[in-house]
Design a protein around this ligand. Structure first.
Ligand SMILES: [Mn+2]
Length: 294
């Protein structure tokens, strides 16, 4: 029996999964029990790395994407995986990407991953939103985000693998502001800004601040769904849905879990739209265990 609530299909946004395939499978099974096939799963990226089972997560997400029921934007860990698949970067001590790198299908994953978007936009109950892994430039409109993302996506999906290699080898810190490599870094890695400058580090002292603090001051009418910031944790503020609750970091002085936001589900609906709700409908799947030594 499939029980339906709210709009159909339901939009479901999930935070960083990072190879936590059992927890992801549990989320999918709960969604299936509740909504049948009437849901669209949006992943903020970082499907892989640090956790135990990257291939299973990639396969599940790809199935959803292929069936028109999944949307996925690239995170910094997918970019790292691309670099390793291209032989540009060695596997680091904390990387757990061997299952993908050693798979017979590794070349196929390279092709699939480099054709994923770095931003998506849409509407939920009439409110525009953008989904990215890490951040958007505080001044960007949704149209700006998509235009910037399109330039980067063209570089990633380039027919010429050598030029892709050169692009991924550029260091974001040395890239010219506003260049494709700089924009890619801001989309997949940024946590703090200081005026026009950005960094993946957490903000220290003013004028450094979280990217979303600068974004919020602009009073944008659209919402942003993002991940990437497990130490910040769940971030519910007007216009903002930060969903990285560190499933893979379970036991690192806090509990880790997967968080899914269901903006269409039954629950408190305020007049300001889905991004104004202070206590939106969330499903949380606790981490099964500690995942990596540190
Ligand atoms: Mn990340």
């Amino acid at each position: 029996m499939t029980e339906r609530a709210g709009a159909s299909p339901q939009h479901v946004f999930v935070g960083d999964i990072q190879g936590c395939a059992d927890e992801f499978a549990e989320l999918l099974s709960r969604l299936h029990n509740r909504f049948g096939e009437e849901f669209i799963l949006h992943s903020v990226g970082d499907l892989v790395n640090r956790g135990p089972d990257n291939l299973r997560v990639l396969e599940s997400m790809r199935e959803l994407v292929d069936s028109g029921r999944g949307r996925h934007v690239l995170g910094n860990h997918e970019l790292g995986l691309l670099s390793m698949l291209l032989g540009l970067r060695p596997v680091g001590e904390r990387d757990t990407l061997g299952d993908v790198l050693e798979s017979a299908e590794a070349p196929d994953w390279l092709e699939w991953l480099r054709r994923r978007p770095v931003a998506e936009c849409g509407e939920i109950r009439g409110q525009a939103y953008v989904m990215v892994h890490a951040s958007v430039h505080p001044d960007w409109t949704p149209a700006d985000c998509m235009a910037e993302a399109a330039r980067v996506e063209a570089r990633l999906s380039s027919a010429d693998l050598a030029s892709l290699g050169l692009f991924l080898s550029e260091r974001p810190s040395e890239a010219a502001p506003g260049s494709d490599r700089d924009v890619l870094g801001r989309l997949v890695s940024c946590r703090r800004v200081n005026g026009e400058a950005w960094s993946s580090e957490k903000p220290a002292e003013a004028p450094e601040e979280p990217w979303h603090a600068a974004w919020s001051r602009r009073g944008h009418p659209y919402g942003v769904v993002y991940g990437h910031w497990a130490t910040q944790g769940l971030h519910l503020a007007p216009g903002l849905r930060g969903l990285d609750t560190g499933c893979v970091h379970h036991g690192r002085d806090r509990d880790g879990f997967l968080t899914a936001w269901l903006p269409d589900a039954e629950g408190p609906q305020e007049s300001g739209g889905p991004f104004a709700v202070a206590e939106p409908p969330l499903w949380q799947i606790p981490a099964r265990r500690r995942y990596y030594p540190y």
